[in-house]
Design a protein. Structure first.
Length: 199
């Protein structure tokens, strides 16, 4: 099968979805849905030693970005099929425009290292400290972060169970092409704006 030139589509290179968690000034949690996320090797930060980090690109100006800039810390919580309706809602409803955005809320836990809200229903939660912000153009910014703490569902650490079985049990959600959510086994989980209708 031959290939043809296309205009920079990433439709068949989907990315995992994460809910980024921050606290508002009044101490209430705030979450936003994002997928431009990948890993990097982070230098020593706060005497903790070098280690894993992430790069998180956030397009547009939004409350989550405001709060990350203000505090320099946030959580990244992996989105599963169970969390998808809530994640879709957080991705479609802006915190700046809707003061009551958090009327639908997951089970909140405090970070184990940083003062960030994490989601109990998420199988993997990372606590991130921003090392550097890179402005690419108006409204498009990359945050280079060090992973300062991480929690994981206990059964996922059981190496007596084959990795692929543990991976399947997570049921993570990918942001596929043409504004669709996709399961890791190729099922269509709905278009943007559809899953939240079940809330």
């Amino acid at each position: 099968m031959s290939k043809i030139k296309v205009n920079n589509y990433n439709d068949f290179c989907p990315q995992q979805l994460f809910l980024y968690g921050t606290y508002r000034e009044d101490g209430t949690p705030n979450f936003g849905l994002f997928c431009w996320f990948s890993y990097l090797y982070a230098p020593d930060l706060n005497g903790e030693g070098a280690g894993m980090g992430v790069m998180a690109c956030i397009g547009g100006e939004k409350l989550t970005k405001d709060l990350i800039r203000k505090k320099g810390i946030f959580s990244a919580n992996l989105v599963t099929e169970e969390l998808l309706p809530l994640a879709d809602y957080y991705g479609c409803v802006g915190g700046r425009e809707h003061e009551d955005k958090m009327r639908f809320s997951p089970t909140i836990e405090k970070g184990v290292v940083l003062d960030v809200p994490t989601i109990a229903e998420s199988p993997v939660s990372m606590e991130l400290q921003v090392m550097q912000e890179i402005h690419l153009e108006s409204g498009s910014d990359v945050f280079l972060c060090k992973i300062m703490g991480e929690t994981m569902r206990e059964d996922l650490t059981n190496k007596a169970v084959p990795f692929i079985e543990r991976f399947k049990s997570v049921k993570q959600v990918l942001c596929g092409g043409e504004q669709h959510y996709v399961s890791t086994d190729g099922r269509d989980l709905g278009s943007w704006g559809e899953p939240m209708k079940s809330l």
